[in-house]
Design a protein around this ligand. Structure first.
Ligand SMILES: Nc1ncnc2c1ncn2[C@@H]1O[C@H](COP(=O)(O)OP(=O)(O)OP(=O)(O)O)[C@@H](O)[C@H]1O
Ligand SMILES: [Mg+2]
Length: 132
């Protein structure tokens, strides 16, 4: 028998273009679930949006596959230093840019290494923080 849990109800959230919006709430309030719903990741936990709609640039994105949502420009930045530790800093940066089709990735990666000159490009585990 399947047990359904209602995690969120009546959430209305608007993120105007160019603005920063903070979502605050107690532990277990549903912040992560909200972000998973926006990114299309609820299905990885057998969850779903059962009512309402999620719009991005005026188009509905609920029900769209996560990889397509990422390509539209919605992505989540990991908290803390959660990059892929077995990969180098350069490999992590290239992975983060995998949806980009423009020619500016190399320039942007150079900028990151200028900002963080102590980061190793090709050796050792990915580290993008400055060594002290
Ligand atoms: N996969 C799941 N199965 C069952 N219940 C879940 C699942 N994911 C989340 N929940 C429940 O949904 C509620 C909201 O969880 P959620 O992780 O979104 O909260 P949160 O606001 O991000 O909390 P925190 O501040 O601890 O990160 C909690 O009661 C949690 O137990
Ligand atoms: Mg959370």
């Amino acid at each position: 028998m399947t047990t359904w849990i209602l995690v969120l109800r009546g959430l209305s959230l608007d993120v105007p273009k160019g603005s920063i919006v903070a979502l605050l709430g107690a532990n277990g309030a549903g912040k992560s679930t909200t972000l998973k719903a926006i990114s299309g990741l609820l299905k990885t936990e057998d969850g779903e949006v059962t009512r309402g709609e999620i719009l991005f640039d005026g188009e509905r994105i609920d029900g769209i596959d996560p990889e397509k949502i990422v390509r539209r420009g919605i992505f989540q930045v990991m908290e803390g230093r959660r990059i892929i530790a077995d990969m180098t800093s350069l490999e992590n940066l290239r992975l983060g840019a995998f949806t980009r089709s423009d020619n500016g990735v190399a320039v942007d990666i150079d900028m990151v290494f200028r900002l963080l000159p102590a980061a190793e490009r090709t050796h050792g585990p990915g580290r993008l923080s400055l060594r002290r």
